[in-house]
Ligand binder design. Structure first.
Ligand SMILES: [Mg+2]
Length: 124
């Protein structure tokens, strides 16, 4: 599905041109839709009502604006998928060092505990 062509075809007569192209408008619109989504989820939680259809609509609204913002920065469609993968690799690399340090600390503490249990003194 060409989301951009579909959006243009269905909404171009309704809104000014900048609403499809201006990153400032699109970023604000995305935040507005994210707020609507959060509000629906809040009401679902607070009131125990089924707003699943409304929530699905808001998710679709978020996607439209996210994809349009992505297009402003040249990473629309499949290019956005590639960018997501690249970003996830960065996240894993960032947290790998933290996880490694935590694992080393856990091993050290376990060794200290074993030595303590065997009556050997060792400073942590
Ligand atoms: Mg909406």
């Amino acid at each position: 599905m060409d989301l951009y062509a579909l959006h243009e075809k269905m909404t171009s007569h309704l809104f000014p041109v900048y609403s499809n192209e201006d990153e400032r408008f699109l970023a604000l619109a995305l935040c507005g839709e994210a707020g609507e989504l959060a509000n629906m989820i809040k009401k679902r939680w607070r009131d125990g009502v089924d707003l699943s259809e409304e929530i699905r609509d808001e998710i679709a609204d978020c996607r439209v604006y996210l994809e349009l913002v992505a297009k402003c920065f040249g990473i629309e469609g499949a290019k956005l998928d590639v960018r997501v993968e690249q970003k996830l690799i960065k996240v894993v690399e960032k947290h790998k060092a933290r996880l490694w340090a935590n694992e080393q600390a856990r091993k050290h503490n376990a060794e200290c505990e074993i030595e303590r249990l065997h009556g050997k003194a060792r400073l942590p």
